[in-house]
Design a protein around this ligand. Structure first.
Ligand code: HEM
Length: 272
């Protein structure tokens, strides 16, 4: 990041003096002004340990983060930068999302449903980005993608640590929710009928449904991406037919939460 330090020599250069400096010059004594400018300069010096010219770069470890992409000279195609950035950003957000879901699981177990729902909502918001970033990759043409694909080896999204973490937490979250239902001697249908009375647990159920929906949406948009870039009738870099992605879309974590709507509709049509 560019150094923002404003050396004393440039303050004396009338054209370069900022409006703020001119204001301070009018309102402060030269001694007080020099003191506050020195203080401002002092505040810009990093105090955190680590690499980087500023505390921003040190805290976020931007030197390492921004070195994780191939340097331009090593890219097989200019579009490979976008391909890497989208994948890496998705991994980070899936990691963040799975982390919040783990916290939510603990809160459900403790019976703190309002905070659990808040964290699941956050996890779902984090998942919005990997879904929408899939569309960025739709701008890569099939021929250009094959140049990038030549450098992927057997690399496959099946080994995505972020997605695997989400697949791991999903059923455990469902189990923690079922345990709480049992504790309150409720069926899913009863919870939905008495939603005002059991507001917190009902909110958790709805946020879990949002999570399930986002996993489904990720798989749907990812399937469409694969179909338009490599085609729906071929095999992936790990030998998995793209068709398998289609079958995986059938998978839901919380089928009971989806099915309860059928029961409610049937019941209201038949009369209470
Ligand atoms: C040009 C873009 C992409 C193409 C052509 C593509 C293609 C594929 C294919 C063919 C598979 C099946 C497994 C195999 O590799 O053999 C797969 C799986 C997967 N990919 Fe991608 N992918 C793309 C982008 C992405 C992105 C940006 C992510 C985000 C992390 C991602 C995550 C995944 C995941 C999680 C799976 C496993 C899916 C599941 O279990 O349902 N992919 N991908």
């Amino acid at each position: 990041m560019a150094q923002l330090v404003y050396p004393l020599s440039t303050w004396k250069e009338p054209r370069k003096r900022s409006r703020m400096v001119r204001f301070l010059e009018r309102t402060m004594s030269p001694k007080a002004l020099a003191h506050s400018m020195n203080k401002a300069e002092e505040m810009r010096k990093p105090i955190l340990p680590g690499q980087g010219a500023s505390d921003y770069e040190r805290y976020l470890r931007t030197d390492e983060l921004l070195a994780l992409q191939k340097p331009p000279a090593h890219l097989l195609h200019k579009d490979e930068m976008t391909f890497q950035v989208v994948h890496q950003a998705s991994e980070l957000l899936m990691k963040g999302s799975a982390f919040e879901l783990e916290r939510a699981l603990g809160l459900i177990t403790e019976g703190d449903f309002l905070n659990a729902a808040r964290l699941i909502r956050r996890a779902n918001m984090e998942l919005e980005y990997p879904i929408s970033m899939l569309h960025v990759l739709e701008t890569i043409t099939p021929y250009d993608y094959h140049i990038i694909r030549a450098g992927l080896g057997h690399g496959s999204g099946l080994d995505s640590p972020g997605f695997l973490a989400l697949l791991h937490i999903g059923p455990r979250l469902g189990q923690a929710f079922d345990d709480q239902l049992q504790k309150s001697r409720l069926t899913v249908h009863e919870l939905y009928r008495r939603h005002a009375e059991f507001f917190g647990l009902h909110d958790v159920a709805e946020r879990m449904l949002d999570f399930d929906e986002r996993m489904h949406l990720f798989r749907f948009h990812h399937l469409k991406l694969a179909q338009r870039i490599i085609g729906g009738g071929v095999v992936g870099t790990m030998g998995t037919p793209v068709e398998v992605l289609h079958q995986r879309m059938e998978h839901l974590f919380y089928k009971e939460l989806w099915d309860v709507r059928n029961h409610i509709t049937e019941k209201t049509i038949d009369g209470p």
